[in-house]
Design a protein around this ligand. Sequence first.
Ligand code: G3H
Length: 541
Amino acid sequence: MQESTKLANIFPAELTIPLNMVIEKQLDQKEYLVDGELKIWNGSIQEVFSPVFVKEGNRISRKRLGSYPLLGEKESFEALQSAQQTYNLGRGEWPTMSVKNRIEHMLMFVKMMKEQKANVVKWLMWEIGKPFKDSEKEFDRTIEYIIDTIEALKNLDRESSRIEKKNEIYAQIRRGPLGVTLCMGPYNYPLNETFALLIPALIMGNVVILKPAKHGILLLHPLLNAFKECFPKGVINIIYGHGKETVAKLMESGKVDVFAFIGSSKVANVIKKLHPKPNRLRSILGLEAKNPAIVLRDAYIELAVNECISGSLSFNGQRCTALKIIFVHEDIVEDFNKRFVEKLEKLKMGMPWEDGVFITPLPEFDKPTYIKELIDDAVNNGAKIINKDGGETLESFVYPAVLYPINSKMRVYNEEQFGPVIPILSFKSISEPIQYMVDSNFGQQVSIFGTDSTQLAQLIDPLVNQVCRVNINCQCQRSPDVFPFNGRKDSAEGTLSVFDALRVFSIRTMVAVKDMDLNKKIVSEILEERKSNFLSTDYIL
Ligand code: G3H
């Protein structure tokens, strides 16, 4: 790694860390949640280190945060057995419980979760290096997601609480759970995106085995007790460990009904293929993306620069929705690049607890090496690093590199960098960025910057069929969470949003009766005496 000067003093001495941000005690987690019990693990462990290094004299070393259990096959199967017994092939208490009661469990959880905000946020910041304010936002966004999910479910339930009639058939149609759900979230939103899978899965009556992401694990520890207290035993099980000994074994058993995963397609495909009965497995996947920005000749350059800075560099570019390649019309590319670099140079770099900080250390140990490979490859193929100190690295800290001009020979043209590298190239004809999108393996979103409504309209119509969200004069993003979040090609399977997630974690199922006196009497008795949770016309307000 190249010798750093800009970054020489980027990491702090322990004593200079503000007291309210200090981790008072390392967390050597022994507990894992299986079958409603916080069991204690005394076997092998995985140590957890922060992306933040601390200085002692002339030396810097990675801050140790604690450790978590490396469970094995036996414990994973205990979790599976508990989940299966609890689901009991759809006959268990949780999958047959009324929606109203499931909501009550969820509300109890939200209350206990809110009490843990300070703890969760601090671990989130230390474990993945996310700025403190953004870590707080992630927590609040997750609470809002749960509340919105509850409201969406109430709506869905109200809409399903009537009996329909077609020809001679009366029917009540509702959504029912799918079964044992394996949930795995990503390290960049280890709370929000994990819960955006977990919460709808649970509230629809599924039972869950959750395995946290590769980073951002200890932050779930303060919530273990809330999970234990708020849900019947076996409804949520949380396991930790290497994929081979845990999720791989579960999948091979054929007993997992739903695979909910946000991360890389490489990992998703390996896990998915292990299921012996693929037709039984429903997959909900959020995978890679390479969202382009297209800056047209008549774009407001200042606006485009601001959105592209935030779109490519928020959380150091570690967002699946980040802008990962920027196409700029050749007539304005010089101006765009100049302003982009000026703006980048004003971004504050530093430690995640610092006010207004934007560029922070990276949690993946091997990411700085990968970023360097991408930069070297681009430079060897004709690109220049156009910002001063771009790519300078000190251990986990990588100062963003702006690369121009990019061409199709370079790895960064196609690979999802998921880090602080911004590839820019110019175009003459709009067909060039469009062809890039047509040829791309990914199809999540695009951002177009321009002012001519006729030209924009001509682009919108073909581009909505290449990706699933066309952003006009705005960066790509998932939020607000009530909007659909999905992708074409290799970017996703299934659609997530507050509302859509309730659908993907459930299946339409119905009760039908022929119009005859006997059946009318039976249905009336069931409804009037509230004998069934499913066949019911009760409203939740
Ligand atoms: O990493 C992918 C996230 O879902 C991005 O969410 O666009 O709201 O930051 P965001």
